[in-house]
Design a protein around this ligand. Sequence first.
Ligand code: TPP
Ligand code: MG
Length: 470
Amino acid sequence: MPNRHHGKSGAVAEANKAGKTYEGLSRQQLVEAYRLMYTSRKLDDREIMLKRQQKIFFQISGAGHEAVLVAAALAMKPGYDWFFPYYRDRALCLALGATPYEMLLQGVGSADDPSSGGRQMPSHWGFKRLNVVTQSSCTGTQVLHAVGCAEVARYLIAHPRAAEKVNGDYREFKDVMFYGDEVTYVSVGDGTTSEGEFWEGLNAAANLRLPIVFLVEDNGYAISVPVEVNTAGGNISRLVSGFPNFHFEEVDGTDPVASYGAMSRAVAHCRAGVGPSFVHAHVIRPYSHSLSDDEKLYRPDVERQRDAERDPITRMQLFLLREGILDEKAINKLEKEVDTDLQDATDRALAAALPAPESVKQYLYSPDLDPTSQAFDTQVSTSGEVRASSDVPVSDKKVAPKTMADLINATLRDEMKRDERLVVFGEDVADCSREEYLRQKMVKGKGGVFKLTSGLQCDFGSSLTTSGRR
Ligand SMILES: Cc1ncc(C[n+]2csc(CCOP(=O)(O)OP(=O)(O)O)c2C)c(N)n1
Ligand SMILES: [Mg+2]
């Protein structure tokens, strides 16, 4: 990160002269970091109020996670890197460039909501221009999507034509940008690390040395289940430490400077193509899990008080004061500006139009293509032959019956010939994962557990149907 100096007050100018940076962050960047963290918290507070008034449809807060998330965004490149966040990642999205107004549009389910036109649940972040990919409500599913995304960039280096648009069929709708050194970010909570997707993701990322940063936001709870109940031994860093090719960080995620240091090192490891990174950030959850939860039923005051002492918003305020970066007056001014902007964004979002009832089918099916049209008619003959469209002349010629497996294999083959983006991914789908046996003609090749992929590796190469789970 460049060290920019924009200091105006005496104290700021003084320290800037010394050229002091904080893990590479300039004083100006720290002020911006605080603005984003504070915006995130205040936006959560505002949405909670709106939810209680039944003016928005759902709320789950990112409170307590703001520091590491702003740090993550500062260490990465919006619209260049790829992001698979989860619901607590409001501060990440704000720091990448999403606006509070856009978030509130999602909250009220407006037609103008840029992520889905009011279809997706609030706090399920998606911003196309920032490469933030929307996620399912099933926790952990985003890990597999993210690992696939990380694999794509590496794949496109080897197969640059796969990213090209081709006129005349569906390939003209490709919307692919790639640079070759992009990094994928994926985040999960501590509870979600108990799920299969998480472990599958780590395994594939380590095996393929993928450029992906796994961020675990460990707030000590999965709704009411404490981390030591969910995670064997109580610390996920200890459990994953044996995975090869990874860079590991464990950090206080309520400290933005330490978090930025950890995230920067993690991203650099991925960007250099060395392998994946794992950042374990200890954060807090100052509010209940969601508005349908009351944490006082299972967390005593003493524990909640301990968390409050680490609140990243107050910690950051004190840090800025202590370092002479902002004085109390400047902090108040910044906070007032944010409050005014949020009021304005709220007023506009509450006045925004809802989707029209007649648009209910929009985004469900292609607006240009009718799958029930004649073009998709097929006729199945008793010989097992399948003919496309009823107006194709029916030949009397007998053909050898084809099994379903034959036809699946033929379809895969046709599509792989046509579109270089297709990669076969599954359990035991290669002809022979130890490629040299095939090359040296020591074996004929198997073609997968059900033979559906038979010959694909031999014909299209191992990078399309490689080993491991494939
Ligand atoms: C597959 C699945 N199981 C259960 C749920 C219900 N659920 C939603 S959030 C959550 C807890 C997740 O805890 P954690 O991963 O620690 O994230 P946190 O909310 O604490 O940030 C659960 C069990 C779900 N959404 N998806
Ligand atoms: Mg948790």
